[in-house]
Write a protein that binds this ligand. Structure first.
Ligand code: PMV
Length: 336
């Protein structure tokens, strides 16, 4: 019998992945960049047991039994097993997988990214696979490839049709920028109407703006973002983060029919951040939004107290914002 347990972090993109060039292999149309949050606060945890005594494969996610048949899940299992040494005894044993997230799904944070990164890493441990696995995590959920690493991470879109070069690499470890913090503002809202998968598919089919982004904007922006992170240049980092979030959501509106993820409260947060920065005479706080209305705020520790008090003043509870969660992220090991 063999048992492995792994944890993997949630990641929050500052250069967004939005649009695929290959739906099946999950190959993106552009590079993206994110930071992984501390696994102390938010993570996925997966335990896998392999045993000759097990009669069938089983998978539980947050306490509910799941099928092995979902295409993305089975693609990950197949891809991992293809790299396994078939003479290992566990290769022929049935497995039992138990996965859970230690954060509320209501936070609307990319649980699938942490979940697939964790699953793939745990399978790699089980089957004793060395080397790159972010290309396999990518086949579960695109952004999962970035959760394979801690700190600041770039997902390279790659050029090969096989996807072998569409992998994640670490730009800098978590302790590179120790003053950086992330606050998640959980906006009161029902479940999102369009999944990121269906939203991206419709965008790729209908948006003209997404082509402009891929051809003329995002490469330059990813380079500038990498430099801002390397130089710990917060002002540049903040400006690029906000512009890129805004462009992703402009593309969502340019999709037909449009995918509307941000709501009035999200826009009120955008206005609040810009007013705060105007008052402070510089970019001191940056917002970014994924496929939902919740805001992720990147800021330095020196701004946290003041910004939170402004948020609490503008959105007194109980009002539009359900909870102001304050995640002190970015204290990860270099590699999960
Ligand atoms: O990996 P997916 O399919 O859940 O896509 C996530 C895409 C965004 O969260 C909206 C942006 C990103 O780069 O994480």
């Amino acid at each position: 019998m063999k048992i492995v347990t792994c944890v993997a972090p949630v990641n929050i993109a500052v250069i967004k992945y939005w649009g695929k060039r290959d739906e099946n292999l999950i190959l993106p149309i552009n590079d993206s960049i994110s930071a992984s949050l501390s696994t102390d606060i938010m993570c996925a945890k997966t335990t896998i047991m392999a045993s000759p005594l097990l009669k069938e494969n089983k998978f539980w996610l947050n306490g509910r039994e799941q099928t092995f048949d979902s295409p993305r899940f089975s693609n990950c299992i197949k891809a991992i097993r293809a790299r396994c040494d078939e003479t290992l005894p566990q290769f022929n044993w049935k497995i039992s997988i138990c996965s859970e997230n230690n954060f509320p799904t209501a936070a609307g944070l990319a649980s699938s990214a942490a979940g697939y990164a964790c699953l793939v890493h745990a399978l790699a441990q089980l089957y004793e696979i060395k080397g790159e696995i972010s290309d396999i995590a990518r086949q579960g959920s695109g952004s999962a490839c970035r959760s394979i690493y801690g700190g600041w991470v770039q997902w390279h879109k790659g050029d090969l049709p096989t996807g072998a070069d569409s992998i994640a690499t670490q730009i800098a470890p978590a302790d590179h920028w120790p003053e950086m913090r992330i606050i998640v503002l959980v906006v009161n809202d029902c479940r999102k109407k369009y999944s990121s998968t269906s939203g991206m598919k419709t965008t790729t089919e209908t948006s003209t703006l997404v082509k402009f982004r891929a051809e003329s904007v995002v490469n330059q922006r990813a380079k500038a973002m990498k430099k801002a992170i390397e130089d710990k240049d917060y002002e540049s980092f903040a400006e690029i983060t906000m512009k890129d979030s805004n462009q992703m959501h402009a593309i969502c509106l340019d999709t037909f029919p449009p995918c509307v993820y941000m709501n009035d409260t999200s826009h009120a947060i955008v206005n609040l951040v810009h007013s705060y920065n105007e008052y402070k005479k510089g970019q001191k706080v940056a917002y970014t939004f994924d496929a939902g209305p919740n805001a992720c705020i990147y800021l330095l520790q020196s701004e946290v107290e003041q910004f939170i008090s402004v948020v609490n003043h503008v959105f007194p509870k109980p009002a539009d914002i359900d909870a102001v969660e304050y995640y002190r992220g970015l204290t990860l090991p270099n590699k999960q």
